[in-house]
Design a binder for this molecule. Structure first.
Ligand SMILES: [Zn+2]
Length: 241
């Protein structure tokens, strides 16, 4: 396995996300819209961006779910994700950051854990073109646990119109080939997952275009590979056909 001792390759996966319906913007204030990928960035203009860290969380959970099925017992569960009794679910293993430091699972190798840096870095995806006009709609707030109205509280959701495009990239340093394919396929799943809150009410439809990979750096003797090769390596590891 190649670590960070030598720089062999830096590979960028550029992508564009375009809204197809109304897509909500989260406030990032823990008001039940936390799973929203679009937030307003800090600063005077406070433009909407697709948050790199939320995107990383989404890609990580997709990769984790797929590999946990393909490789029973080999994918760890981060300690912080365990329940109160700290029981590791069947088919998973203990947090690599605490137990398998010399032999971290594929998910930790890609995304890192408390003991090691990951290979994939997710930047915020920024607006292409002008600041779009947003719309505000008011709903009755539902409590997430009981799905009942939270004391009749009203919640305002700000939405982007269709046709708004964000451009971003995921940058991988010395990746194993499957990691690049995993990023490509997880990003391509975004239209099925949706990216805003209130997905069931018809928000969150997007189209995603993952571009060809770009080599930002290629060490001597490192062979250039194509998007198809990376996806095939991921599908092999994930036992997807
Ligand atoms: Zn792990």
């Amino acid at each position: 396995m190649t670590g960070f001792q030598r720089l062999e390759a830096i590979i960028s996966v550029p992508f564009q996300v375009t809204t197809e319906g109304s897509v909500s913007i989260g406030t990032g204030k823990g008001d039940g819209l936390r799973d929203n990928l679009i937030i307003r960035e800090a600063g005077p203009e406070s433009k909407p961006v697709i948050s790199g860290s939320s995107l990383k969380g989404m890609v990580r959970s997709t990769v984790e779910a797929v590999l946990a099925q393909a490789m029973p017992g080999e994918i760890c569960v981060p300690f912080v994700c365990l329940g109160r009794d700290r029981t590791v679910p069947e088919g998973r293993k203990e947090d690599c950051g605490r137990s398998s430091r010399d032999n971290p699972c594929p998910v930790c190798r890609m995304f890192g854990n408390t003991e090691m840096a990951g290979r994939a870095s997710f930047r915020d995806a920024h607006l292409e073109g002008d600041f779009p006009e947003t719309t505000e709609r008011t709903h009755v707030a539902l409590r997430r646990d009981t799905k009942t109205a939270a004391g009749g509280a009203l919640m305002t959701i700000e939405t982007l119109p269709p046709g708004v495009t964000f451009s971003g990239k995921v940058v991988l340093t010395n990746p194993e080939d499957w990691m690049v394919g995993a990023v490509i396929e997880a990003l391509e799943l975004l239209p099925s997952i949706g990216i805003g809150a209130k997905k069931t009410s018809g928000y969150g439809e997007v189209d995603v275009d993952v571009k060809d990979v770009e080599y930002k750096f290629k060490g001597p003797g490192v062979e250039k590979k194509t998007k198809d090769h990376f996806v095939a390596e991921w599908r092999k590891l994930a036992k997807l056909t």
